[in-house]
Design a protein around this ligand. Structure first.
Ligand code: IMP
Length: 177
């Protein structure tokens, strides 16, 4: 499969993604018993995941979005930009489920978590569909990880390569040149 100038091969298919999301939904349902948490989705990448995950959870919840970016095409710039954030969102004493598509260097989380903690929520549960453990050098534990993957670029299921690929139902991995 081709996006722009790069070729990608099928890596995690839709059925496997959906099966894992059901498991994550069950784990969150157990953890959030008796609570009405706030799903906080980090855009753009996590929009597909959050839509599926809220429907895999058996509790009512609020939903909010922030938009952060740090990637330029295939690589992390190391600088995180907040396009819109938490200005008008009341999170005091709320249980937050923070939704990331992928944790790579962890720069995004390291930048954003202090902003979130400043809103004095009562708890923060971090969920990421994908984690690249070889690259992740930060100390914050990721509470729930869908799949650990090697340090190779992936697209699909919300993740993009230079703006495209987000609408693919499966996850695709960059082919070696
Ligand atoms: P981090 O700040 O380095 O942890 O990267 C987090 C963000 O970078 C993610 O939310 C994605 O938007 C982007 N990103 C990291 N790795 C990939 C990848 O393999 N494919 C597409 N986007 C990625």
């Amino acid at each position: 499969m081709q996006i722009h100038d790069k070729r990608f091969k099928l890596y995690i298919d839709e059925a496997k993604i959906q099966a894992r999301i059901l498991e994550i939904g069950q784990a969150l349902t157990e953890k959030m018993k008796g609570k009405n948490p706030v799903f906080l989705s980090i855009l753009n990448g996590s929009f597909v995941l959050v839509a599926d995950l809220v429907r895999a959870c058996d509790f009512d919840a609020e939903l909010s979005f922030v938009r952060l970016s740090s990637y330029d095409k295939l690589t992390s710039t190391g600088r995180v930009k907040m396009h819109y954030g938490l200005d008008d969102v009341d999170l005091e004493n709320k249980d937050i489920i923070l939704i990331e598509d992928i944790v790579d260097t962890g720069n995004t989380l390291e930048f954003f978590l202090p902003e979130l903690q400043a809103k004095t929520p009562s708890s923060i549960t971090i969920v990421s569909l994908l984690l690249k453990p070889e690259v992740y050098q930060k100390t914050h534990p990721i509470d729930i990880v869908g799949f650990e993957i090697p340090n190779k670029f992936v697209v699909g299921y919300g993740l993009d390569y230079d703006g495209l690929g987000r609408t693919l139902r499966d996850i695709w991995q960059l082919e070696e040149e």
